[in-house]
Design a protein around this ligand. Structure first.
Ligand code: ATP
Ligand code: FE2
Length: 323
């Protein structure tokens, strides 16, 4: 079986092709800005401009014919409405042209299920991306959110601070580099039950920067503080659920200090640590195709005229019939 997956929830337009659980290709084009954050309409325009090129590249690299595709999976939500709509439009057009059905995939669950390729069977997912920060796991018939950010996503928090200091977007890798030469200074640590919050930390970092604190020290302390919060919440989820596997997902999980902290926590409590390669951590079409294949095999598909999006889809809104 061959499934084509389309990702378009935010700044990335991606197409992945999966054949019998094997990723044949994973092509992306990411919309970037020199300064300022992501403008949803601009990102959507980017997706419309690159979609045909990315499709052709994916088909050629996969060495398949477009008619070999059995179904088309697309990101149904959550995400930015203009971006999701562009993905839907493209998916519908392809579905009509090839006369193949569509599969609506939840973006967050796709981040979790792709972890299977790394060997994870029943993990707690620490999903930290630009817009999202959630701790997700399967329990009592559904994927449930056990903890999440009460304000902004970890990546947006890092990017916003970095923008204040004149660094470009995305800033995660730059902050990671700067942190290598930094020293620890105390910052507010904000975790409420299973949830985290970043806005107080963000304000405090900006104030310290404006008062002349070295950016290296701020970058280092930002990582130590924000990532400790994430690891603490993830560890508590492992304990409460009595689970033995931690999986990382989302662009922020590319950070080697976050990975190191997660590894140490897992080692100390006898849990296994799983982390996909970077191209499967950040937004991508392969994870959409991968979960799409499982859903399709379980009988989930829709005709193009019935397809829609849900920008605010919650992980626990989704009926799980493929497990
Ligand atoms: P979503 O999954 O919520 O739709 P997104 O489109 O922002 O989010 P990702 O590609 O998963 O998606 O993540 C991008 C974020 O990851 C950016 O905020 C970026 O700064 C951050 N990031 C990337 N590399 C690193 C790194 N090495 N350290 C910290 N953050 C990083
Ligand atoms: Fe994502």
């Amino acid at each position: 079986m061959i499934i084509l997956g389309i990702e378009s929830t935010a700044h990335t337009f991606g197409i992945g092709i999966v054949k019998d659980k094997k990723i044949l290709v994973n092509v992306i084009s990411a919309y970037k800005t020199e300064k300022g954050g992501i403008i949803p309409m601009e990102a959507a325009k980017h997706h419309a401009e690159v979609s045909e090129v990315i499709l052709n590249e994916a088909i050629n690299l996969a060495k398949i014919r477009i008619n070999d595709i059995d179904a088309i999976a697309y990101s149904h939500g959550p995400g930015l409405a203009p971006c999701l709509l562009e993905g839907l439009k493209f998916a519908k057009k392809l579905s009509e042209k090839l006369n193949k059905p569509l599969i609506p995939v939840n973006h967050c669950i796709a981040h979790l299920e792709i972890g299977e390729l790394t060997g994870a069977k029943d993990p707690v997912l620490l999903y930290a991306s630009g817009a999202n920060t959630q701790i997700i796991s399967y329990s009592a018939g559904k994927y449930r959110i056990f903890g999440e950010t009460l304000d902004i996503g970890t990546g947006n928090f890092i990017d916003t601070f970095a923008r204040h200091c004149g660094l470009g977007f995305p800033a995660g890798p730059k902050i990671e580099q700067l942190a290598k030469n930094g020293k620890y200074i105390e910052l507010p640590y904000s975790i409420k039950g299973m949830d985290v919050a970043f806005s107080g930390l963000l304000t405090n970092l900006k104030q310290k920067y404006d008062k002349g604190e070295k950016i290296e020290n701020l970058a280092y302390s930002l990582q130590e503080t924000a990532f400790s919060m994430l690891i603490e919440a993830a560890e508590r989820a492992l304990a409460h659920l009595n689970k033995k596997e931690l999986l990382l997902g989302g662009g922020v999980a590319c950070n080697s200090r976050l990975q190191e902290m997660a590894k140490i926590m897992c080692f100390e409590r006898g849990a296994k640590f799983f982390c996909p390669p970077n191209d499967l951590l950040t937004d991508n079409g392969a994870m959409i195709a991968y979960l799409g294949e499982k859903m399709f095999k379980a009988g989930i598909s829709i005709a193009p005229e019935k397809a829609n999006i849900n920008p605010r889809e919650r992980t626990d809104d989704v009926e799980i019939s493929w497990k």
